[in-house]
Design a protein around this ligand. Sequence first.
Ligand SMILES: Cc1cc2nc3c(=O)[nH]c(=O)nc-3n(C[C@H](O)[C@H](O)[C@H](O)COP(=O)(O)O)c2cc1C
Length: 124
Amino acid sequence: MKIVIAITGASGVRYGVRLLEVLSNNKNIELHLVVTETAKKILKSEENLGLASLKKLVTRETPLNLIHLGNMLKVAKAGAIVMPACPAFYIKPMGINDLVDFIAGRVLDILNINHNLYRRYCKK
Ligand SMILES: Cc1cc2nc3c(=O)[nH]c(=O)nc-3n(C[C@H](O)[C@H](O)[C@H](O)COP(=O)(O)O)c2cc1C
């Protein structure tokens, strides 16, 4: 499977970084990375990091305005899956890493890639 991770300049670049970390260990995946210039700057400032056609779009912004919603509708109509980065709290996160892993795990779920990044919700 070929996966392209594209990271733009938004708070939340660490979601992309986490996906890279997890996917780079998977030998069945040909991984490509696209990083904008602004994303490189934010990687430095927020994460202290230097650094196919993927049709899953993880959005960080909130609240979503009409332009966001309109653009999301357009890409959804073109076949993309839009995934707002909304971490769940039923996982009882111990810190930011758990929240990041939840979102990264949801992206992997959509890609049908097995992972152990978060505990699934099940009623018992
Ligand atoms: C520290 C930092 C955080 C940012 N976070 C966001 C964000 O969460 N969402 C957003 O839409 N723009 C955010 N921006 C603004 C974008 O970086 C800016 O719109 C930029 O032009 C995007 O360029 P790109 O799409 O080429 O990466 C942020 C900028 C900085 C410096």
